[in-house]
Design a protein around this ligand. Sequence first.
Ligand SMILES: [Fe+2]
Length: 271
Amino acid sequence: MSRDTGRFTVLHVSDLHATESGLLYDAVDGVGRLERVGDYALATGITPEAVVVTGDLIERGNPGAYAAVAAACARLEDRLAAPVLTVLGNHDDAVAARDLPRHADGHVAAHLIDGVRIVRLDSRAGSVDAEQLAWLQRELAEPAERGTIVALHHAPLGSPLPTLRRQGLRNAEALLDVLDGTDVRAILAGHFHHSLAASMRRIPVFVGPSLAYHQVMNAGPDAVAGHDSPMFSLVQLTSDGVSASAIALHSPEPLFTQPITRTAQKVTHVS
Ligand SMILES: [Fe+2]
C-alpha cells in the first residue's frame, strides 16, 4: 500500500481562499501556506500517496489567483511525488478553475492510486447534481482493490456550530443513497473551516480544517469569527480502518521537548 508506512496516506488540505493580491484579510497567504504544508511533510518524513484539497481554492471574485494556485499544486506534486487532487467549493469559479491541473476537461473525475480510488465531485452549488450522481453510481458499481475515498467541498451533514448548521450538502440523502453499500471508506470535505469527524450510513466523514482561517466555536449564536490558525489533516487508510489527525501549521511556543527513550519492548515518554 504505502511506500514507507504500510498505510495509504492522504494530506487533506482545504479552503485556501487565495487572492489575486496574494493576501486574504491583509494577512493570509493561502498559496504560501500550501507551500508550507509541503515543507511540513518533507521535514517530518510524511510520504503521502495523494494530496486532496477540498475546495475554496480561491476567495470569491479572485479568478486571477488560480495561476498561482495551479503552480503551487504542481510544485507540491513534484516535491511530494504524489498527485494533488483538487475539488471546487462555493468560492471557486468553474471557468477559471480549468487552469488547475486535471481540471481542463471538467471538475469531476476518479483517480486510481495504489489500489485506492479517489473520486472528485463538484458541489459548488451546495449540492451534487443528478448528472454527477448518475456518473458516481456507474463508477462505484465496480469496487476498487483497496476501496474508495470521495472528496467534495460540502459535507453530507451540518456543522455543530449553530451558525453553520445548514451549511452541509443540501442533497446529502441523495449522495448517501448512492454511496450506501459501496466500497467507499471515507468522505473528505471542507467548507466549515473547522475539523469534524462523523459517520453517515456507517461511512466515516472527515471535514478538514482550513488553511486560511479557523472558524472558532465561541463567536456567539449570531456571528462567525475566523482566527489565524491554519491547519490541515493527515488521513490514513489501513487494511482495516481509517484515521484523521488535524495538524496545526503555526507552531506555538513549545512547553517541552525531550527525547523518547526506546527499549526493545516499549517506547516510554513523560506526558
Ligand atoms: Fe471556505
